[in-house]
Design a protein around this ligand. Structure first.
Ligand SMILES: [Zn+2]
Length: 221
């Protein structure tokens, strides 16, 4: 189980010619097909919601993977459909490949979810839970970037990694504000935030957040 993905991309195609777009769409379609097939092998399915977001618990998000319900659900009418599908598929892979980080993070995801809904926990437990959620999300994003190459997905990799780091860092704001959806202004659309986001995974974004990034994200809250 993972907490839902809350992302806001502005997805622009970098290939504009007809053939370019055709090739992009082909890779996109092939990937969706592959995900469906892979999920069905394990008794799971892909559900594409009709809106810009899907329900999760009491909130809305762009997609999620739920191993108990045996599905990946992604909002269909969303410009970040492919990126979200990729991300949730990578949670499925973490689960399938029995990633230690994913396994350990399960109980921590639950703590974060409950805490965001008002349940009380000792401070150190909440801190530890967020650490594991970030670590698990970071692993997921690292899987995702490899798959962009493997399936030749029409996704701008640099932009994807910046957004991935932004997403991991956004958890520090969730923790500070005790809210799943904290942003007044999307940091994914803020040039100021995007400019300072690392375009690789060298930063240990699950462990610490640089002051500059913290301040920039805080300005979006
Ligand atoms: Zn995730």
């Amino acid at each position: 189980m993972s907490i839902g993905k809350l992302k806001n991309y502005t997805h622009k195609s970098h290939l504009n010619s007809y053939t370019g777009e055709f090739a992009m769409n082909l890779k996109h379609r092939q990937f969706v097909k592959h995900v469906k097939k892979h999920l069905s092998k394990h008794g799971m399915r892909l559900v594409v919601g009709r809106g810009k977001s899907v329900n999760i618990g009491k909130g809305r998000c762009e997609g999620y993977f739920d191993q108990d319900k045996k599905l990946i659900k992604v909002a269909g009418d969303n410009s970040a459909f492919l990126e979200t599908l990729l991300h949730e598929y990578c949670h499925f892979l973490q689960w399938l490949q029995k990633s230690k980080i994913y396994k350990t993070s399960e109980k921590h995801c639950l703590i974060v979810e409950n805490w965001l809904q008002g349940k009380k926990y000792p401070e150190h437990k909440v801190k530890r839970a967020f650490y594991w959620v970030r670590k698990m999300e970071r692993e997921c994003e690292q899987y995702a970037v490899k798959l962009i190459d493997k399936y030749e997905l029409p996704i701008d990799k640099v932009k994807y990694i910046k957004n991935a780091n932004c997403y991991i860092y956004a958890h520090y704001m969730m923790e500070k504000k005790r809210k799943f959806s904290t942003f007044r202004k999307s940091p994914f659309r803020s040039q100021k935030v995007q400019r300072i986001m690392p375009s690789n995974f060298k930063a240990m974004s699950h462990q610490t957040i640089p002051q500059k990034i913290y301040d920039a994200l805080l300005s979006c809250v």
